[in-house]
Structures are given as structure tokens and as C-alpha cells.
Design a protein around this ligand. Structure first.
Ligand code: ATP
Length: 285
């Protein structure tokens, strides 16, 4: 990672990648794995790396314009208050909105419920040259659906392999899938919910149902563990990003996206016209 100011001691993709020994209940959500700088350095670095992300996204977009079908998809999951919205604003906010296909997945509509759960997901997949962002995703169908038993266990139980196969097809057809689980601690969630109840400018974010979900914390931990165990694959791995320190989570996700985009080894599309001839035409105009 060539940066002028750099607090990283190991690449984010290595330290955050889920392994067979990852236990979500044991993740230190306040830690800053692989980064030994403080908030000030992290924030300064975010600006610099955000510019790099933006340049890479423009490359992707430019290639998409000449028919490159490849894309990058960021899948964001996390408990309420984990900061998915902040990632969208402060990380994705660095890039040209024209090049972003953003989709947020809430409770399915009646129409969506009449279809297979991947129907609405397929419709929202990024087009060639786009950076896709899923704020919640098909994983809700093995998270909230499992915790609340919205379908029988054999139905949600079959979905893990179905999701692995689905993502395999995505990778086959040129989508780099970056799956991020934002890990917030239970104490930090309480602080963030308390802030929503203290500040009038945060009331709009407060949802009474968040406390009901909070009471199911161990069930969600178990459901998230199953997701990591059963859907983190070589081709579409999960990354667990501690997010009690928002600045770290934003920096880490930026690095993961830069890494994914650099992996495409893109270069600027060649001119599809005679450059010299066009220069002459312009001069004479
Ligand atoms: P946030 O993601 O920050 O909570 P929000 O409150 O604006 O954003 P909503 O439109 O309320 O978002 O949707 C989020 C809710 O939808 C979550 O409680 C989530 O668990 C639920 N949800 C998402 N997908 C499904 C699904 N497939 N089945 C049932 N509920 C789902």
C-alpha cells in the first residue's frame, strides 16, 4: 500500500478476512486491526485513500462505457447502529454517484414476498462498470428470517448453499463481491441508541423495534456466526470490520474496496478515434 501517510502495519484484506476460527462473539469491536495510528491519522488517511478510491472507480466506469462487463459489489451487513449508512456517506461518498448502484433492503414488499428471495437482489445487481452497494442484502434471509422464524428451518437452512452458489455465479460473470460485516459491541450500540434519544436531530433515526432486536442479541450472534461459517468462501470471503471506532471502519472498508478495484488491473481505455486528427480539427475550429 503506497501512501504518504500510512498507519497500516498489515493489509486490511488480510487482518479482517474471516477464517475458520473467527468467532463473532469474541471480536473486539473497539479494536483497529492492522492499523496503529490514531483517529487524527485515520481521518487524514481516509481523505487521501478516498481520492484513490475515486480514481479507481472512474477507471471502472470508463471501462464499463466501452463494454467491460465487470463490476464490484459491496455487501454491508451489521446490527442496528453499526454504521452502514455512515459507510455509504463517508466511503462511497468519495466517488462519483453516477458510477454507484446503491440498493437498501428493508422488509420485503408484498410483491417481493411472492417471489424467490433472490429476485429483488438480482434486480439490484450492479451493471458493468458500476460499483454496487447493498445496504443489507440477501443475508437478511438467513439473519432476521432465521431469528424470527419467518420461514421454517429447512427453508432458511437450505439458503446458505444457495447463497454460496449464487455468489459463485456472480463472480463467474465478472462481479467482485466484497462482503463486510460491521461489528458493533453491545455497549456501543447502547451509547448510539441513547444518543438517538438525547438529540432531537437523531430522533428520526430511532426505531422502537431496535430495542426488540437488541434483546435478541445472542440469537443474532448465532445467526451471524452461521453466515460466516457457511458462506465465507475463497471467491467471496467475508471481512469482519470492528466499527465501535467509526473512523477505523470507514478507513478499513475504503482499503477493502481499493484492493478489490486494484485486483481488476484496469487501465484507461484507448482512444477510439484518431487523436492527432482530432487535435488538428480542434485547432482549426
Ligand atoms: P437500517 O438498515 O439502518 O435499519 P432502516 O431502518 O431505514 O435502515 P428499514 O426500511 O426499516 O431500514 O429496513 C430494515 C429492516 O428490514 C431491518 O429490521 C431488517 O431486518 C428488515 N429486513 C430486511 N430484509 C428482510 C427480509 N428479507 N425479511 C424480513 N425483514 C427484512
Amino acid at each position: 500500500m503506497a501512501t504518504e501517510i500510512n498507519g497500516w502495519t498489515a493489509p486490511a484484506r488480510e487482518v479482517l478476512r474471516v477464517t475458520t476460527s473467527t468467532r463473532i462473539a469474541e471480536v473486539d469491536a473497539g479494536a483497529t486491526p492492522g492499523f496503529d495510528g490514531d483517529k487524527q491519522l485515520g481521518s487524514a488517511l481516509l481523505e487521501e485513500r478516498g481520492a484513490r478510491l475515486s480514481a479507481l472507480q472512474e477507471l471502472l466506469y470508463a471501462n464499463g462505457r466501452i463494454g467491460d462487463h465487470r463490476s464490484v459489489l459491496l455487501v454491508l451487513q451489521g446490527m442496528d447502529t453499526a454504521g452502514k449508512g455512515g459507510i455509504v456517506r463517508h466511503v462511497i461518498g468519495h466517488v462519483d454517484p453516477q458510477g454507484v448502484d446503491h440498493a437498501a433492503f428493508g422488509s420485503p414488499t408484498e410483491e417481493e414476498l411472492r417471489h424467490h428471495y433472490l429476485w429483488r437482489i438480482e434486480k439490484a445487481l450492479p451493471r458493468g462498470g458500476q460499483l454496487g452497494v447493498f445496504d443489507r442484502s440477501h443475508y437478511e434471509d438467513v439473519l432476521v428470517v432465521r431469528v424470527h422464524e419467518l420461514v421454517p428451518a429447512d427453508v432458511w437452512g437450505a439458503r446458505y448453499q444457495e447463497i454460496v452458489d449464487f455468489e459463485d455465479r456472480l463472480v463467474d460473470t465478472g462481479t467482485t463481491v466484497v462482503k463486510v460485516l460491521l461489528a458493533v459491541s453491545k455497549e456501543e450500540q447502547k451509547r448510539r441508541l441513547a444518543q438517538r434519544l438525547r438529540r432531537p436531530d437523531k430522533y428520526w433515526k430511532y426505531d422502537r423495534r431496535d430495542l426488540d432486536e437488541r434483546a435478541l442479541w445472542p440469537d443474532y450472534e448465532q445467526a451471524y456466526q452461521a453466515v460466516l461459517d457457511r458462506t465465507s468462501t475463497e471467491r467471496a470471503p467475508w471481512f469482519v470490520v470492528p466499527c465501535d471506532r467509526k473512523w477505523y471502519a470507514r478507513l478499513a472498508v475504503t482499503e477493502l474496496l481499493i484492493d478489490a478495484l486494484e485486483g481488476l488491473e484496469l487501465s484507461w481505455p484507448p482512444a477510439h478515434f484518431d487523436v492527432e486528427a482530432e487535435r488538428l480539427r480542434l485547432e482549426r475550429s
